[in-house]
Design a protein around this ligand. Sequence first.
Ligand SMILES: Nc1ncnc2c1ncn2[C@@H]1O[C@H](COP(=O)(O)OP(=O)(O)O)[C@@H](O)[C@H]1O
Ligand SMILES: [Mg+2]
Length: 276
Amino acid sequence: MSPNNSPTFEINKITFSYNNQIALKDVSLTVPQGERIAILGANGSGKSTLLKILDGLYFPQQGQVCAFGNELTEQFLQDETQAFNFRRRVGLVFQDPDVQLFSPTVWDEVTFAPLHLGLPRAEVIDRSEWAMDLLGITKLRDRAPHRLSGGEKKKVALASVLSLRPDVWLLDEPTAALDPRSQSRLLDFIGELRKEGKTIITATHDLDIVEEIADRVVMFCEEHEISGEGRPHDVLSDYARLVECNLIHEHRHKHDATEHVHHHLHPSSHEHRHEG
Ligand SMILES: Nc1ncnc2c1ncn2[C@@H]1O[C@H](COP(=O)(O)OP(=O)(O)O)[C@@H](O)[C@H]1O
Ligand SMILES: [Mg+2]
């Protein structure tokens, strides 16, 4: 396929609109193999669209995206061998699991990818049982995915990519609907993937997980452009930019006669408490 030293992704000035609705504007980004990137941005800033483009589901109207040195175009993915190689290496966990789940049972869903890869039956079973165990969904094995709760669906969607074990993980708000135990197991697992040299791109607006899941943060502003990037600690310390990108908001609170401003992490961590 491609020379080994090609970056995992090379995105060059892409613009994408849904009909007349702009979603990404002039976005450029290079993702070397083995890097862990967090894509931060408020609702509607374009994170999910970017991940779908990286997964070869949408194609930008302007600019180019290369994956492993090959330009990702509709034509490229119409070639069955190329498409198979690409799909084997890249896995997307959708933000909305309803879009992802299609099988009659959870077991069928989780075994789909490894079966499709043509792995030996014993390995398909091993991988699938392991993925379901990691997310604590073994007991949902025979249930219909579309009849599960939101959080359960998200776990099934995650497990169906875990069983594929791709080189490149595209995770769209992976912790959003998860209970604390599953969230913690997933974060541990993402830590293990790092040791294996996997490339992991996570879209999130949960600032609490950023330092744990990323080496680099790319921030989108509400105008669908990249507003800045940096190491997690530096980006998370840049309050002005976080406010500008609508990732934290300022609340005014009255305490007796005084008034002051708090920074709130948005929207998951409303830790701040008032006593009377
Ligand atoms: N299927 C769609 N049709 C029309 N507009 C869409 C569609 N999906 C997303 N958008 C719009 O594109 C922009 C980017 O959306 P999205 O990539 O989902 O952002 P994020 O994941 O950061 O919340 C938003 O303005 C959103 O309303
Ligand atoms: Mg999204």
